[in-house]
Design a protein around this ligand. Structure first.
Ligand code: FMN
Length: 144
């Protein structure tokens, strides 16, 4: 059975390129073998991540993430059984909450700021779906 869990969290310290690299390295190392895919969006302060895969693996990863001191205030925004993946192309796709995405933030929330804690599950899902679509066109946005 497949599920998708979407959560937001606050970075313990300002997010660096090195931290993102570290997270994506872990994701590439661990997620494929567990059937996990997903997308991660963040700015300097806030993470938004959707995890999809077998329920037991998604739940286990979330519990591991909750123990990671590099972020805090983990808040589950949506949890659903799914029949089809949305982010099957990525062990963990990454999209920075940068200037070019402001238009998308405004489309899905009351301001052009990246603030998933104040968005509904429906808005979050719409935002991540569109970020995922734009991702396909970008290669290693932070690492390149
Ligand atoms: C915002 C955030 C997202 C993360 N996403 C993943 C992930 O999708 N997969 C993963 O294995 N680790 C992820 N991690 C890292 C885990 O918390 C943990 O450090 C890692 O899984 C340990 O495995 P490793 O020793 O192979 O690096 C994430 C950490 C943070 C802060």
């Amino acid at each position: 059975m497949l599920v998708r869990l979407t959560y937001a969290s606050r970075a313990s310290h300002s997010v660096s390129a090195e931290l993102i690299r570290d997270i994506l390295d872990s994701s590439q190392r661990n997620n494929p073998g567990k059937g996990l895919t997903g997308i991660l969006c963040c700015n300097a302060d806030v993470f938004l991540q959707a995890l999809e895969g077998p329920r037991s693996e998604v739940n286990a990863l979330y519990n591991r993430l909750a123990d990671d001191s590099r972020h805090k205030d983990l808040t589950i925004l949506d949890y659903a059984e799914i029949s089809v993946r949305r982010y099957s192309s990525w062990s963990m796709g990454w999209a920075g909450a940068k200037q070019v995405n402001r238009e998308l933030f405004l489309k899905y929330s009351s301001s052009d700021r990246f603030d998933p804690f104040h968005m509904t599950a429906e808005q979050i899902n719409g935002l991540l779906l569109e970020l995922g679509e734009t991702l396909s066109a970008i290669k290693s946005p932070v690492l390149g």
